[in-house]
Design a protein around this ligand. Structure first.
Ligand code: PHE
Length: 341
């Protein structure tokens, strides 16, 4: 009878059991289905009485099956959710995080400053030939300035018989840019350079940023304005003072060395003011011979160039005092200066 059927459905312990009961009662061979079929053999009067009863019976069985099915599905979901709960109060293990190295960060900062002034970034190979590194820069073989560079040479020459070396400065990129792009030019060239030199203030590998502008009517005033603008932007101070001193580089004429003024604050040198001076870069008007060596007409094109030590600029900005520590990979040192979480 109906009550027994409804009770068996209400106590079904699994979805499989519910399905078995559905087949048993409402399936093709089911008992309720069989009852429905008896309607066909009834007289119209009988059917009027029995029809609604049988249909009501079918409805309550179907309803009970749906209710039980939903309840069982819901219980399964609750159980799953309970077992998958994440305990947010559990302390997470510490995950060490890396950071951008100060040298890379400073190179990025400088590239940004110069991008605002319309300079593109150029690159050249770290393994150079002596023509790009020296000869084209007005340092022919046996030029005394070559000896100042403590060059790392390779034992073998290249296919054209040129001596190969680790570039001693980023200036060969000047030559490559002029040959590849022609004029006008406005580039900076950041990168690694190498000299056989090592003490507290020198490492055999260090970083430079070269700057080169080639155009018409370029003069020393453009150079001074550019350096002043970039150093003020880089140090984020308006009171940066520059001092230009006459100097000598074979590839610039005239040549100037540039000092930046500092003030002593708690025993540390802070850029700004002019209590003392620190050299930060070499520069000058590009030598006519260099412009000609790179295939441009020096009567038509003039320009200025500068080269600055990235490591030195990083130490000045972030108050670091040991150059070698940059390349030790000591996370404690880096995090002391705010470069690691
Ligand atoms: N290449 C020079 C150096 O390494 C710096 C420099 C670059 C000077 C460009 C003048 C012009 O010392």
């Amino acid at each position: 009878d109906l009550d027994t059927i409804l009770a068996s459905i209400a106590y079904a312990g699994s979805l499989d059991e519910v399905e078995a009961l559905r087949v048993k009662h409402l399936g093709k061979q089911g008992d309720v289905s069989a009852l429905l079929k008896t309607l066909g053999a009834m007289s119209p009067d009988e059917r009027k009485v029995e029809g609604p009863k049988i249909h009501a019976l079918r409805e309550s069985v179907a309803g009970a099956l749906a209710t039980r099915k939903a309840a069982l599905e819901n219980a399964a979901l609750e159980e799953q959710l309970a077992s998958e709960t994440i305990d947010l109060t559990l302390p997470a293990p510490e995950t060490p995080r890396g950071s951008v190295h100060p040298i890379s960060q400073v190179m990025d900062e400088l590239a940004e400053v110069f991008a605002d002034l319309g300079f593109a970034v150029a690159t050249g190979p770290e393994i150079e030939d002596d023509w790009h590194n020296f000869t084209a820069l007005n340092m022919p073989e046996s030029h005394p300035a070559r000896a100042m560079h403590d060059t790392f040479y390779f034992p073998d020459r290249d296919a054209e018989g040129r001596e190969m070396l680790l570039r001693t400065h980023t200036s060969p990129v000047q030559i490559r840019a002029m040959i590849e792009q022609g004029a006008p030019i406005r580039i900076i060239a950041p990168g690694r350079v190498y000299r056989s030199d090592s003490d507290a203030t020198h490492t055999p590998m260090f970083h430079q940023i070269e700057g080169l502008v080639i155009d018409k009517g370029i003069h020393l005033g453009h150079l001074k304005w550019t350096l002043e603008t970039f150093l003020k932007a880089y140090f984020e101070r308006d009171d940066v003072v520059l001092r230009l001193r006459p100097s000598y580089f074979p590839f610039t004429e005239p040549s100037v060395e540039v000092d930046v003024g500092y003030t002593m604050v708690n025993g540390k040198r802070v850029v700004g003011g002019s209590e003392g001076w620190m050299e930060v870069l070499g520069s000058g008007m590009v030598n006519r011979k260099v412009i000609a060596a790179a295939g441009l007409d020096p009567d038509e094109w003039q320009g200025f160039a500068f080269g600055t030590g990235v490591d030195r600029l990083a130490m000045l900005k972030y108050g670091m005092d040991d150059l070698r520590a940059f390349f030790d990979g000591d996370v404690r040192w880096l995090s002391h200066y705010g470069f690691s979480a």
